[in-house]
Ligand binder design. Structure first.
Ligand SMILES: NC(=O)c1ccc[n+]([C@@H]2O[C@H](COP(=O)([O-])OP(=O)(O)OC[C@H]3O[C@@H](n4cnc5c(N)ncnc54)[C@H](OP(=O)(O)O)[C@@H]3O)[C@@H](O)[C@H]2O)c1
Length: 198
């Protein structure tokens, strides 16, 4: 069985993604894009990202897999896993699954992703959580860009320009149809150490 693993993230110009447990740019069009991509699919997230959702509740109409090291953690509507390998094994039978953050989880699962769907909000915000800069990583290349948008009044941080950029990972392209075992191996190499729309 092979599972196409993809990351989805919204970044600022310095690849900042969050501050004090929250997102840093309000962009409702991006939220709709996020829902379009992930609805009906499986999402993998860190426990802190789950806590950032309203009421700490899982995303509706999606299979929610949450990573935590807390053996006693339980939340209604959530499948709990305790390691990257366990997360990858949980999606092995899926056609596609989405890594939705946050920083710690992106860092560990990105090597197993074949694609990263990045909303680039062209602004700077104070941040304490970052996504790896894919423009500086030779393993990744831009596959497509859909740009020229501006956040409209009433849709969040009005006036901020943004674009959707899809990156592909070279190694994943080469392995395209490989089983998830390859992804598990890649992940093992790493240092394992919203509002109404959601
Ligand atoms: N802009 C975006 O697109 C976007 C998307 C998502 C999140 N964010 C932002 O990112 C920030 C949160 O990121 P974060 O890095 O602080 O937290 P995170 O990645 O959401 O969650 C980290 C937690 O996940 C668990 N975890 C991580 N690796 C694990 C492993 N290998 N095995 C078992 N459990 C593991 C641990 O939970 P325990 O502590 O329970 O053990 C850890 O504390 C927030 O500001 C959020 O708003 C932004």
């Amino acid at each position: 069985m092979s599972c196409k693993l993809k990351a989805i993230v919204a970044v600022c110009d310095d690849w900042g993604i969050g501050r004090a447990g929250d997102m840093v740019v309000a962009n409702r069009a991006d939220m709709r894009h996020f829902v379009r991509c992930t609805k009906g699919r499986t999402v993998i997230m860190g426990r802190k990202t789950l806590e950032s959702f309203p009421g700490g509740s899982p995303l509706k109409d999606r299979r929610n897999i949450v990573l935590t090291r807390d053996a006693s953690f339980a939340r209604e509507g959530v499948e709990v896993v305790h390691s990257v390998d366990e997360a990858l094994a949980a999606v092995a039978g899926e056609e596609e699954a989405w890594v939705i953050g946050g920083a710690e989880v992106y860092r560990q699962l990105l090597p197993a992703c074949s694609e990263a769907v990045v909303t680039k909000n062209h602004c700077m915000r104070e941040a304490d959580a970052y996504f790896p800069n894919l423009d500086e990583d030779p393993a990744w290349r831009v596959a497509s860009t859909d740009g020229g948008y501006v956040i409209e009044p009433g849709e969040g941080d009005a006036g901020v320009a943004y674009e959707f950029v899809t990156y592909e990972q070279a190694s994943a392209r080469a392995e395209d149809d490989d089983s998830l075992a390859g992804a598990v191996a890649a992940a093992a190499l790493v240092d394992v150490v919203f509002d109404g729309f959601l």
